[in-house]
Design a protein around this ligand. Structure first.
Ligand SMILES: [Zn+2]
Length: 1073
């Protein structure tokens, strides 16, 4: 599970447990292996426009419950008087006493703060109408070293407990519950355990398992849990070399292999030399093996106590029941002082420079460059809400869009490939600010530094344009009011926000109440006062608690780190007597045996489960009207309550674009919003988008379509606006599509460099998705397309493109190709427009929409490109993709439709989920020590892919994959087990969605030809899943082991070679970095 280190990287890091990471990354929603299409909100998340600043504003991530959504959307008119507290808002019950109560109009919620009389534990109980109920418990867990104790504990407490004495209750819940969120996070100073569900009984079950886990875990009495999740010596025979194993150990090896993570780690250590933040709570792989079991036990005893806990409940469940549930766990404890506060880092008045190194390839590319950034700690006293809000605005104005002046200055400088740091970070006790570039020539480090200083100085005196401020105000206000947290529960988002103050003994209520601060800040802005100049000066320019970090490439570092580990293991081995060595041998064998022995069925009964009768037997339909328009265009409308927001997508078929130009499409999409239009510059266009909408993004959408050789491929333009400005949004879309300039060579060259940097970081930190795409590109055209627009082939293409645009002639060729894409793409014929809003808003949008369509050519003047041909596919074969890394990502796959003649059934989803959560989880993660082992079945293409994540093994993992079919075949699930597997699958199928996601899913189903009739059939098949379905799927999975199965791994060159020595000719070795 993730650790949250500071820096923008932490915000970007997936919150999902690895097994749940999308197998095919976002932006390609159709290729997710589910009938539901979960990536609905991802393209906004990925949109550069809305990305950085917003998450830092008070209350920005959180919720607006469906009940509160009925409140007026505009603050100016919101004179809501606080409704009377509901009956459940009791003063005193179950050993809790109410301390404070407030109606928070921003979220239409009654917020109650309780104290547990006996232990002093605090509880925030949020009462509203949101059916997506959330619970969380948070402990303060500061560290005194980098052994990763809190992180290992976070993993370990979920491995069995007093009331749930099985190996992994967490995994049982993943298999069998309807949860809308289930995970845990380790921060530098706290550990969070959140769950969410829309089903009340399921919610209580999750809460009970989590409470028992944190207070009575098995891991404090059974050191094998610590060894499995943390670290242990492994030795299979006396002749073998000694190795380290452990899930967190390998997870952190993966983190430390990523230069981006190393940069932020270095920044944090340099900014906080005197308090707990200088250590790594996630664990430094070099230090983790120093951790003893006793230290681990003591840490739990000290910090996992009610007196050190903060509890959170949120949603429409019964308020008194919350108190009762908690008291059943808290009453057995006594109050106790727990020293867990974080010392404040005093501001130091001497700027410092720090140089560190990262493991680079051997530089054949000649482009292994430095990371250079400046960071500040902004304050050593807490900031008031208005200052926090002002900082959020400042951050957005400096960096929030590609047109923001500081970001633009860094991009325009060409000193580096991509901006890093991302500005204000307020996740920790003291806010920080970090900004810099990666891909910098080490010689230019000082130029980067002085550019940042001079641009800040310029902005401190000149200020920001009125139009930029207006755009920032609208964008931020839109985001606060829309409160669109995507697939992340709103209650959890609000919890993380409140905890950010609460955990430091500051007032958690102020974090939820931004309305007054926003109003007074806006009036200050409109008074013409110089708001931002003083902030830039006091927090940045005049603030001497400043660190400049340079992270330099070192081609020898990877080998040196491995050598150091080998030497440490060698020394450990030599220090062991014969007896100790035998003990390690025995310990290894005993642990493996335990890991491979399933829990007895009686024991598994302890996990509370729902009944099939709790599951609705019919699908939830999204209201959809399909209207054919002139010239072959289609309008889809979804009449849903959206609180006055219009969500709109327009999709244009990519088929007329010649296949040779398809890899250019992602950059074509970005260019549409990042070069200006006929009538306005890039900056002006960006500001107009900010003033009039909640964001507009353009991106390619591709997927296989079941039963069709040809993929589904579109360019989508997506936007959202308040109903009053929906006409402006449609007008913007028209200008962007028809008149966007595609002639800015400078900007294009920057985007190429940024893309290259992002792909190169991505393959190190998330190699499984690159490996999986590579496999799919051997088998089908949709897979080929996705790989060409986002995989390793894309990286090759981007590298070539970077060389092409170096010359004027090359650029003119590219420019012509961009125009050719536009010409081929834009036509009414085949265009699909998708609108989601209430009926009045939909009606108001119709006029502008017809104007937009009328402005498009009726049909593409380009010659038809013809269908894609199978000659484009990657040649079939095994591949090793080599990068500097200490871990592996191993993928193996085949096409079950074509290689095994498999027929899709609803039961497929049940079996696939079961395989991932049992066999692969157990063999690859639990026994193998990888951070993740999972599988992905793309029901549209038939591609079945088994994958590992941050894996110490290669061939052993393949062996585990090859056992999948036999495992499934040998299963004979009891009725209870089947029911659990079915219910868990239903939780995925019926995932909670906000209205925009519902409308988007309906669009994707329309594009892929998935009808409600088919969904209903699949649902019935899921509910009727039997043991026979497991056996049928087992036969199909056999094809992955057989000759059709191919392997692609992301690994280091040394490991790729070692495999060849053992299995000559096993694979082609391709050097990537
Ligand atoms: Zn973890």
């Amino acid at each position: 599970m993730p650790t949250m280190t500071r820096g923008i990287s932490s915000a970007a890091r997936s919150l999902g447990r690895v097994a749940r990471l999308p197998a095919v990354p976002i932006g390609v929603p159709g290729s997710r292996p589910m009938l539901r299409i979960p990536a609905a909100s991802s393209s906004f998340a990925a949109s550069p426009l809305l990305a950085p600043a917003i998450r830092r504003l008070p209350g920005s991530q959180p919720l607006r419950s469906l009940a509160s959504a009925a409140a007026p959307a505009s603050a100016a008119t919101a004179t809501t008087t606080a409704p009377a507290p509901p009956a459940g808002a009791v003063e005193r019950a179950h050993g809790f006493t109410l301390q404070r109560q407030q109606y928070v109009k921003e979220y239409g919620s009654h917020v109650l703060l309780y104290k547990h009389d006996k232990t002093g534990a605090e509880l925030i109980s949020v009462l509203n109408g949101d059916e997506n109920k959330t619970f969380g418990v948070v402990f303060r867990t500061p560290v005194a070293d980098s052994t990763g104790i809190p992180h290992i504990l976070e993993h370990s407490v979920l491995c069995g407990s007093r009331k749930y004495p099985i190996k992994e209750p967490f995994v049982e819940l993943m298999k069998s519950s309807l949860n809308t969120f289930l995970n845990a996070f380790t921060y530098p100073d706290r550990t969070c355990y959140p769950v969410a569900s829309t089903n009340t009984q399921d919610f209580y079950n999750l809460v009970d398992v989590y409470l028992d886990a944190v207070f009575h875990p098995r891991c404090v009495a059974d050191r094998r849990v610590f060894e499995q999740e943390g670290w242990h010596f492994e030795l299979d025979s006396k002749e073998d070399p000694l190795t380290y194993k452990g899930v967190v150990f390998n997870e952190m090896k993966g983190v430390y292999s990523s230069p981006d993570s190393r940069f932020y780690r270095t920044v944090q250590r340099a900014l906080f030399p005197d308090n707990t933040y200088r250590h790594d709570s996630g664990g430094d792989p070099e230090v983790i093996p120093q951790l003893t079991y006793q230290q681990f036990q003591e840490f739990h005893a000290k910090y996992y106590h009610p007196s050190n806990a903060r509890f959170w409940f949120y949603g429409d469940d019964e308020p008194v029941k919350r108190l009762q549930l908690l008291s059943s766990y808290l009453d057995e404890f006594e109050a106790r002082p727990v020293d867990s506060g974080v010392d404040t880092q005093k501001l130091i008045h001497t700027p410092r420079k720090v140089t560190e190194f990262y493991a680079a390839g051997d530089g054949e590319e000649g482009e292994q460059k430095a990371y250079v950034g400046i960071s500040w700690v902004l304050s050593d006293t807490p900031l008031d809400v208005e200052t926090e809000l002002a900082l959020g605005f400042l951050d957005f104005l400096l960096l929030g869009t590609p047109a923001a002046p500081l970001r633009k200055a860094l991009n325009d400088s060409r000193l580096g490939a991509a901006v890093i740091g991302g500005g204000v970070d307020d996740d920790l006790k003291q806010p920080c600010f970090t900004i810099g570039l990666k891909g910098v020539d080490p010689q230019d480090a000082e130029k980067v530094e002085s550019l940042i200083h001079s641009k800040l100085a310029e902005l401190a005196s000149s200020g920001f344009s009125a139009s930029a401020i207006e755009a920032a105000v609208n964008t931020i206000e839109f985001s606060l009011r829309e409160n669109n947290t995507g697939s992340f529960p709103r209650g959890l988002s609000l919890m993380l926000r409140a905890v950010g103050a609460w955990i430091y003994d500051r007032d958690p209520f102020t974090q939820m109440q931004w309305e007054d601060a926003l109003r007074s800040f806006k009036s200050k802005l409109s008074s013409g006062a110089d708001v931002f100049g003083p902030l830039i000066r006091s927090f940045l320019l005049d603030n001497r608690h400043r660190v400049t970090v340079s992270l330099l490439p070192d081609a020898g570092l990877g080998a040196a780190v491995e050598e150091k580990e080998r030497a440490a293991l060698q020394a450990a081995r030599e220090s062991m007597g014969e007896e100790q060595l035998s003990a390690v041998l025995e310990g290894t064998a005993a642990l493996k045996e335990l890991q491979e022995t399933p829990d007895p069925p009686e024991a598994l009964q302890c996990i509370p489960a729902l009944q099939l009768s709790d599951i609705p037997s019919t699908i939830t339909k999204v209201p959809t009207d399909v209207t054919p328009l002139s010239d072959g265009a289609t309008l889809l409308t979804h009449d849903l309550f959206t609180n006055d927001v219009l969500y709109m997508e327009a999709a244009f078929d990519l088929r007329p674009v010649p296949s040779s130009l398809l890899p250019l499409v992602p950059l074509f999409c970005r260019s549409l919003t990042q070069m200006g239009t006929a009538g306005e510059s890039f900056v002006e266009l960006t500001e107009r988008i900010g003033r009039k909408t909640g964001g507009i993004s353009v991106y390619p959408f591709t997927s296989a379509k079941r039963g069709s050789e040809q993929p589904v491929a579109y360019v989508m333009i997506r936007g959202k606006a308040m109903s009053g400005t929906s006409g402006d949004m449609v007008g913007l879309m028209r200008d962007i599509l028809l008149t966007a300039r595609l002639d800015d060579r400078e900007r294009f060259t920057q985007m190429v460099a940024e893309t290259k940097a992002a792909l190169e970081s991505g393959i190190i930190s998330g190699g499984h998705s690159y490996a999986g795409k590579r496999l799919a590109a051997q088998r089908g055209l949709a897979g080929w397309l996705a790989e060409s627009m986002g995989g390793l082939s894309y990286l090759d293409f981007i590298r070539g493109l970077g060389k092409r645009v170096e010359t004027e002639e090359g650029w003119q060729g590219v420019r012509g190709e961009l125009e050719a894409i536009r010409t081929a793409l834009l036509q009414r014929n085949g265009a699909i427009v998708n609108l989601t809003a209430d009926s009045a808003t939909l009606a108001a949008a119709e006029g502008p929409l017809r104007e937009l369509l009328a402005a498009l050519p009726a049909a593409s003047p380009a010659a038809p490109a013809g269908p894609l041909v199978s000659g484009l596919l990657l040649p079939a074969g095994n591949e090793a993709l080599c990068v500097p890394t200490q871990v592996n990502y191993v993928a193996k796959g085949a096409d079950l439709y074509r290689d095994a003649g498999y027929q899709l059934s609803g039961a497929t989803y049940v079996v696939e989920k079961y395989l991932g959560n049992t066999w692969l989880w157990d063999r690859v993660r639990v026994v193998g020590g990888a951070y993740g082992g999972f599988c992905s079945f793309d029901s549209h293409s038939g591609m079945m892919t088994l994958m590992s994540y941050r894996d110490p093994n290669l061939l052993d993992t393949l062996e585990a994959y090859d056992g999948s079919a036999e495992f499934l075949r040998s299963l004979e699930l009891s009725k209870d087990d089947l029911t659990k597997a079915i219910i868990g699958t239903m939780g995925d199928i019926d995932a909670y969605q906000l209205p925009d996601a519902k409308g988007y899913s309906a669009l994707v189903r329309h594009l892929l030809g998935v009808t409600d009739e088919e969904r209903q059939t699949r649902r019935e098949q899921i509910l009727a899943t039997s043991n026979k379905d497991f056996k049928i799927f087992a036969d199909a999975v056999e094809s992955v082991r057989g000759p059709a199965g191919r392997v692609v791994a992301v690994t280091s060159a040394e490991k790729a070679r070692a495999v060849l020595e053992e299995r000559p000719g096993f694979w082609d070795v391709k050097k990537v970095l």
